[in-house]
Design a protein around this ligand. Sequence first.
Ligand code: T46
Length: 137
Amino acid sequence: MQVVKFMFQPHGDDRGQLIALEEMIDIPFKIKRVYYMYDTKEGVVRGYHAHKSLEQILVCIHGSCKVRLDNGKEKKVVLLEKPYEGLYIANNIWREMYDFSSDAVLLVFASELYNEDDYIRDYNEFLNFIDNESRAN
Ligand code: T46
């Protein structure tokens, strides 16, 4: 499984850094939703699901966290700790976010509005889903 990370261009000057993200340019889809998580308690693992069609870019704009990606065959762990780094997560990838530092702010750009029907929250259901998808293609 290939981990896709985007390095965003900081516009730095004497005052500090600024990053601007535009849809279809820096973010490879039209941004329909932005959300972020913060104040995540120690030891918490979030996620435990995949999406049928949603694509996302995760940016840990403050602090750090890890993301476990699983395509049903292979697992990869990605450390997010740079505000100029974005992790792309395609559809059909199981994700778990953990090891949040107490100051972590995880910002997410999503290609779709919130839709609970797009979630697969059961791991065996996820494996069946991707199996069926690969047979259909
Ligand atoms: C994902 C990972 C990276 C909403 O009402 N609207 C929203 O847009 C979102 C994302 C969540 N919610 C509600 C639904 C739940 O009651 O906020 C609550 C927490 O959501 P959830 O348990 O799904 O959060 P995570 O951290 O497990 O997963 C989230 C996203 O839901 C998911 O799409 O890929 O972050």
